[in-house]
Design a protein around this ligand. Structure first.
Ligand code: CTP
Ligand code: MG
Length: 231
């Protein structure tokens, strides 16, 4: 595929940030927990806003924190990057759908990026955006799986060993032509843990690009400790 130069501002990024962070333990909603003194969401949005392709960021915040989150993120908005905050929903999927509904008409490329992947480098945002701009309707960043993976039965006994070479761990940002993401969400009947899963259901080919270790999802206390060290 030929290289496609980044076009300033043709990409909207949805940032689902309305989760409670149950696996991180008791405390504020995960996106508002601190990493080196700053909420995870600030770290995530700052890095997304630094990607030259990005012209709009729509954050889905916890419903009772929309105004506070908008005030918190205001310093990160600029003439080049418009920042919108909407109320998220009861599931990640509902939060993404709410953010998608708020994307201004002019954006034809839409990325979805977890607030919990707070240290994702702007370069990964560009790589995904470039692949969509280059003609792929759905794009995901992936990493090879390093652990041996086994299938087990209900009692925990091993059924078999899965061929690791064909497996990938999937990250965000996931990128889509806007019409692809819209139809994927419109067609979804059950809950999906990522947006590409909905596109797959529609039979849309999902292209992969190399992910980044720094785009790790902060899920458990151990991940937060790792992120503090990585910072
Ligand atoms: N998310 C969201 N709305 C929800 C649930 C999740 O916007 N109702 C967001 C989270 O804020 C996070 C991303 O989706 O940025 C990935 O979800 P996950 O890592 O599972 O975060 P939480 O749901 O907050 O964590 P947990 O599942 O441990 O409660
Ligand atoms: Mg969750």
């Amino acid at each position: 595929m030929t290289a496609h130069p980044s076009v300033r501002g043709d990409v909207a990024v949805l940032v689902p940030a309305a989760g409670m962070g149950v696996r991180l333990g008791p405390g504020a909603p995960k996106a508002l927990r601190l990493l080196r003194g700053e909420p995870l969401l600030m770290h995530a949005v700052r890095r997304v806003a630094a990607a030259p392709s990005v012209g709009c960021i729509v954050v889905a915040a916890p419903a009772d924190a929309v105004d506070d989150v908008a005030a918190m993120l205001r310093p990160l908005s600029s003439p080049a990057v418009r920042l919108l905050v909407v109320a998220g929903g009861a599931s990640r999927q509902a939060s993404v759908a709410a953010a998608l509904a708020a994307v201004p008409e002019e954006f034809g490329i839409v990325l979805v990026h977890d607030a919990a992947r707070a240290l994702t480098p702007p370069e990964l945002v560009e790589t995904v955006a470039d692949a969509v701009r280059g003609g792929h309707g759905a794009v995901i960043p992936v990493l090879a799986v390093v652990d041996t993976i086994k299938q087990v039965d209900n009692s925990g006994v091993v059924v078999g060993t899965v061929d690791r070479s064909v497996l990938r761990a999937v990250q965000t940002p996931q990128g889509f032509r806007r019409d692809v993401l819209t139809s994927a969400h419109a067609a979804a009947v059950d809950e999906h843990t990522d947006d590409a899963g909905m596109a797959e259901k529609l039979g849309i080919p999902v292209h992969t690009v190399p992910g980044s270790e720094a785009a790790m999802k902060i899920t458990r206390p151990f991940d937060l400790a790792v992120a503090e060290l990585l910072f």
